[in-house]
Ligand binder design. Structure first.
Ligand code: NAD
Ligand code: MG
Length: 389
């Protein structure tokens, strides 16, 4: 079957965004790029725009807009800047699918705008579902919009569920690589440097998710993401460390049967699956070789050493604005860790403290979440300043 989808890629200069463009380059008969956007990497965005000829681009860095317009105008490409322009442009008529590959809380409003305009979503930006899973999934249901997961674990579950939509899920098993510090004690973790944390054993990703993977916060965010994508209770979500990163996740059905999705760790596969669903497109990427993987191993995550995971699971259980506060505090903590202003374990202290300090809202509206996000960021920064003084 032949498809041609018109897509928008939000965050096209990042790890997921550039791999999505690799997919477009390899599948020119199936995808056409309508919109490309970035935060500050304007030089790369310009190159991408001249290659893929989208209808429009949006940059985060407003000061460079005149230069971008000068370069793209002769090619017939419109250029805009800023968060409001992004929210407008995702609504462009020709766009059918919006790939949300920008990082962090900044993904929430453009995703909601795209859903409101009836665009299907290929969701990489997990923070959107962590912050506002209930609002986002309700809005998508109301508009008849599909959310296709890009995260490899969620794509795995989605692939296992194909043809099984009517069958009850007993539980899902999210696999985790364990990151670069698997098996480390808290004493060892206290000494972790930024350079060590930025080296992931199996995946090459943006800085924020690489730190989240090292602290296991990423798996906590993914549990919350899975809860909303697949409508699960917390007892139905199990996390298991599988250091080889070949089994991307598992679904266990009501008869006890388990289905797993496997493959080499390469994000292009889940990106392409989300973009081409329900079709599988032929690729020439490297295939799995049994002789290189004589054994798969599994172990329990260490929730005592990796407190971020425990904090995320608690926030999921508490619900309301707790995951939003967790996410905001974590974004601040990761940023401070990357600036070498706090240590690896202090990230958990900062998040725990912020979760206690921001008032709980059981049924938050969008405005409540925006206020909680701002309040959590303010408190997280304030407490760090207090510790450091
Ligand atoms: P990245 O840092 O490599 O790229 C982020 C992109 O977003 C860049 O294009 C950047 O210019 C843009 N951006 C950053 N801040 C912005 C802002 N405020 N407004 C608009 N654009 C902004 O990140 P990534 O690793 O590609 O991750 C993107 C998302 O996908 C994250 O939510 C991450 O958790 C998720 N994800 C990534 C991977 C992976 O392998 N990289 C895997 C699973 C999920
Ligand atoms: Mg993942």
């Amino acid at each position: 079957m032949s498809i041609m989808k018109k897509i928008a890629i939000l965050g096209s200069t990042g790890s997921i965004g550039t791999q999505a463009l690799d997919v477009v380059r390899e599948q020119p008969d199936h995808f056409e790029v309508e919109l490309l956007t970035c935060g500050s990497n304007v030089d790369l965005l310009l190159k991408q725009a001249l290659e893929f000829k989208p209808n429009a681009v949006v940059i985060g860095d407003t000061s460079r807009l005149p230069e971008v317009k000068d370069i793209l105008f002769p090619a017939g490409i419109k250029a805009y800047a800023g968060a409001e322009a992004l929210e407008q442009c995702v609504r462009m008529e020709d766009i059918e699918l919006v790939l949300t590959a920008l990082v962090g809380y900044a993904g929430l409003r453009p995703t909601l705008a795209a859903i409101d305009a009836g665009k299907h979503i290929a969701l990489a930006n997990k923070e959107t579902l962590v912050v506002a899973g209930e609002l986002v999934t309700k809005a998508a249901a109301a508009k008849g919009v599909n959310i296709y997961p890009v995260d490899s674990e969620h794509s795995a579950i989605f692939q296992c569920l194909a043809g099984e939509w009517h069958n009850p899920i007993e539980k899902i098993v999210l696999t985790a690589s364990g990151g670069p510090f698997r098996g480390w004690s808290r004493d060892q973790l206290a000494e972790v440097t930024k350079a060590q944390a930025l080296k992931h054993p199996n995946w090459d990703m943006g800085a924020k998710i690489t730190i989240d993977s090292a602290s296991l916060m990423n798996k906590g965010l993914e549990a919350i993401e899975a809860k909303w994508l697949f409508n699960l209770r917390k007892e139905q979500i199990e996390i298991i460390v599988h250091p080889q990163s070949i089994i991307h996740s598992i679904v266990q059905f009501c008869d006890g049967s388990m289905k797993a999705q496997m493959g080499l760790p390469d994000m292009k596969l889940p990106i392409q699956y989300a973009m081409a669903y329900p079709d599988r497109l032929a690729t020439t990427w490297p295939r799995f070789d049994f002789t290189r993987y004589p054994a798969f191993t599994f172990e329990q995550p260490d929730l005592a050493a990796f407190k971020n995971l425990a904090l995320a699971l608690e926030a999921m259980d508490k619900g309301g604005n707790a995951p939003c506060v967790l996410n905001a505090a974590n974004e601040v903590a990761v940023d401070l860790f990357l600036k070498e202003r706090i240590g690896f374990l202090e990230m958990s202290d900062l998040i725990a403290h912020t979760l206690e300090a921001v008032p709980f809202i059981p049924k938050p509206e969008l405005a409540d979440l925006e206020a909680s996000d701002a309040e959590a960021r303010r408190m997280a920064l304030e407490s760090t300043t207090a510790w450091n003084s």
